[in-house]
Design a protein around this ligand. Structure first.
Ligand code: ADP
Ligand code: MG
Length: 253
């Protein structure tokens, strides 16, 4: 998609768990070349919304469209194949594998080749190409010099960046990140923010679900604020900061 083109449309999404409405008629859009932040106090429904986008959970009602296709009831694998990549709140790397191997694992998500899960062997030229692609992703995020190190030996900040590289290996249109700044030191947050800004410039659509207000405020173009499942505000960081409903939600929560 062209920069500025809308890639994601969430229209009145609802998700119930029994009697609890975790996501209550939430709507928003995301464009290519934009970073959108999704914030809110604990229990607001952010992770549930995130899971609706990736297909990990189904919406109870409402509609989610990606690149003009209705993905509301699509299985996770097909949503990934359309170009949605994610990172996890708790790092899910293979610590005993090298960085380059971890990135190679990410590549098969988009293509659905299944050569790892299915136990199929790559032939030599395929393997060489997959490895070269993985090196390119590591170079893109500034980790090429550690390509053959074990992922488990990286500091947390670089593990998060490696997770982004793994997501990029699937050649996504949109990347969604669940609390990427959690537990990071200030310098590590700055490095991650710089990387996400670079990816925005390259035209990726980026959704960041975050708890860390300082991190998102300095990074995103726009924010959606959720409280008790509902979207209570949407706007640019400066306006959100001044919004009395948002201030009340954060002081009250
Ligand atoms: P956040 O990520 O903003 O902290 P969540 O989306 O995790 O919020 O949770 C929103 C609400 O939905 C909370 O009240 C939570 O207890 C509830 N919830 C989340 N997942 C489930 C589930 N699988 N079953 C029942 N309730 C859930
Ligand atoms: Mg959460």
């Amino acid at each position: 998609p062209e920069r500025g083109e809308t890639v994601l449309v969430v229209d009145q999404a609802v998700r119930r768990f029994g009697g609890l409405v975790a996501v209550d008629k939430v709507s928003f859009e995301l464009k290519a070349g934009e970073i959108l932040g999704l914030i809110g106090p604990n229990g607001a429904g952010k992770s549930t919304m995130f899971n609706l986008l990736t297909g990990a959970l189904r919406a109870s009602s409402g509609r989610i469209a990606f690149l003009g296709q209705d993905i509301t009831r699509m299985p996770q694998r097909r949503i990934a194949a359309l170009g949605v990549a994610r990172t996890f709140q708790h790092v899910k790397l293979r610590p005993a594998m090298t960085l380059v191997e971890n990135v190679m694992l990410g590549a098969h998500l988009r293509t659905g080749a299944g050569w790892l899960s299915g136990g199929l062997r790559l032939d030599r030229s395929e393997e060489a190409r997959a490895r070269a692609d993985a090196y390119a992703q590591l170079a893109r995020v500034g980790l090429a010099d550690k390509a053959e190190d074990l992922a488990g030996n990286l500091p947390l900040g670089q593990q998060r960046i490696l997770e982004v590289a793994r997501a990029l290996a699937a050649d996504p249109v949109m990347i969604v990140l669940d609390e990427p700044a959690a537990g990071l030191r200030r310098k590590e947050k700055e490095a991650l923010a710089a990387l996400l800004s670079d990816l925005r410039r390259e035209g990726l659509a980026i959704l960041v679900v975050e708890h860390d207000m300082d991190f998102v405020m300095g990074l995103v173009d726009r924010l959606v604020v959720m409280v008790f499942g509902a979207r209570i505000a949407e706007g640019e960081p400066a306006a959100i900061r001044r919004n009395p409903d948002v201030q009340a939600a954060y002081l009250g929560g």
